[in-house]
Design a protein around this ligand. Structure first.
Ligand code: HMG
Length: 395
């Protein structure tokens, strides 16, 4: 693709910030509990620890914590839309984004909506945001994506749990990444992972989900190529959805094979190596995961000025999208590397027993009034449930 065509779309990600939880469970603690060889976690699935929410944290507190620095830096002028992508929804009717809008003090002249399609939702939100900005380049859209990933205790998925939220300011003339046309999209009706309304933990067919993901990589790349996208060799790096970081490696090898490139492990390491640093210590943050991969890449790469990055967003069920971004020269001046590292380093390690209590804790469903234990040291907390309403507060 010519440079001219790559720069054709002057809209994209202007700012990116993430937040995660108060607590962290190292995989060494999980392996001591269940007797799993730690190498299976560290090497086999590529995970070292998982973010664990405090009892007074949820998708709203994490998303508000992720978005607050974005609003602090840029103000709210021009933000007329907030899109919250999540699959850990807290209400069947009201968008979690309205709580975030309120905690951040955003103007009433804003539309707020929640989007869901498993882990893919944030990419749908990003695409919708780009469409709005194309229509009116004076507008900016706040895209937030946040999830708490929860599987049954002692299930194979347990080691892939995590939690985080990412906030992206989408606008014209972005400072970080220009998102390009075209996109390759793919949908297949599969039951690889789902969570019925009556369950807190997801149901999953682990091996089937890996196969479904790989099929979606193929399908979305095929469509991307047919739509006239870039050649594989043009990309400096690839940000995959990372339910566990080794999944990105499986997916990329699959893509290289599919494209007839053969698998050169040095190339795979070069293409992915910098994208896994946050997800391997946070765990699966569902909607946020692919954008945490981008944050890790931008925060660590020497220089990506003008380089192309490939994105593969996958959401079980399933929907996938392959698209490209071109990194804006000078992007490094706009990064939040220190804050991102601090968000990870500030987490308090907990032992298995404490993790288990938090995992088993669920918000009372009796309709009564309940105060939430005060645990988080983050900027926002879920303080209580009163008259069936979630009460949030700024700390
Ligand atoms: P499992 O079945 O217990 O693990 O759980 P396994 O036996 O497949 O082993 C995993 C890897 O560790 C294998 O490597 C083993 O060889 C290796 P591979 O063959 O895959 O390269 N291994 C070891 N390595 C070193 N030393 C050892 C050792 N032992 C084994 N001693 C599974 C794995 C992924 C199934 C499980 O974690 C799970 O169910 N996870 C949840 C589902 C999931 O993450 N699926 C990914 C694709 S679907 C997706 O991405 C969407 C999702 O994010 C949801 C959404 O969209 O909303 C999940």
């Amino acid at each position: 693709m010519s440079e001219e065509m790559a720069n054709d779309s002057p809209t994209g990600i202007h700012d990116l910030s993430f937040a995660t939880t108060e607590f962290v469970l190292p995989h060494t603690a999980l392996s001591r509990h269940n007797g799993t060889d730690i190498a299976k976690y560290h090497k086999g699935i590529g995970q070292r620890s998982m973010s664990v929410p405090a009892a007074d944290e949820d998708i709203v507190t994490m998303a508000a914590a992720a978005a607050a620095p974005v609003i602090e830096r840029h103000g709210s002028d021009g933000i007329r839309t907030v899109v919250f992508a999540t699959e850990s929804s807290i209400d069947q009717a009201k968008s979690a984004g309205i709580y975030v809008h309120s905690l951040l003090g955003l103007p009433s002249a804003t539309r707020v909506v929640e989007l869901k399609q498993a882990c893919y939702g944030a990419t749908a939100a990003l695409q919708f945001a780009l469409g709005l900005v194309h229509r009116d380049p004076a507008q900016r859209v706040l895209v937030v994506a946040g999830d708490v990933s929860k599987y049954e205790l002692d299930s194979p998925g347990e080691a892939t749990q995590g939690a985080a939220a990412v906030a992206m300011l989408v606008g014209a003339d972005p400072a970080l990444v220009r998102i390009e046309e075209p996109s390759g999209v793919f949908t297949a009706d599969v039951m690889d992972f789902w969570r019925p309304n009556y369950r807190e933990a997801a149901l999953v067919d682990g091996q089937e989900s890996i196969g479904a993901y790989l099929l979606a990589v193929e399908g979305s790349w095929k469509d991307y190529a047919e739509q006239g996208g870039r050649a594989l060799d043009e990309f400096a790096a690839f940000c995959y959805h990372q339910p566990f970081t080794k999944m990105a490696y499986k997916a990329h090898r699959h893509l290289l094979n599919y494209c007839g490139h053969g698998v050169d492990e040095e190339r795979v390491a070069r293409d992915l190596g910098l994208t896994t640093a946050y997800n391997n210590v946070i765990g699966n943050s569902y909607t946020a995961s692919v954008y945490l991969a981008l944050a890790a890449l931008l925060d660590q790469a020497d220089d990506l000025d003008g380089r192309a990055v490939g994105f593969l967003s996958y959401g079980s069920g399933s929907v996938a999208e392959f698209f490209a971004g071109s990194v804006v020269p000078g992007y490094r001046e706009h990064l939040r590397t220190e804050a991102h590292r601090a968000a990870i380093d500030r987490r308090v390690p907990i032992d298995y027993a404490r993790y288990r209590r938090l995992h088993e804790y669920s918000f009372p469903a009796d309709g009564g009034d309940h105060r939430t234990p005060s645990e988080t040291t983050g900027p926002f907390r879920l303080a209580a449930l009163r008259d069936h309403k979630r009460i949030y507060e700024t700390r």
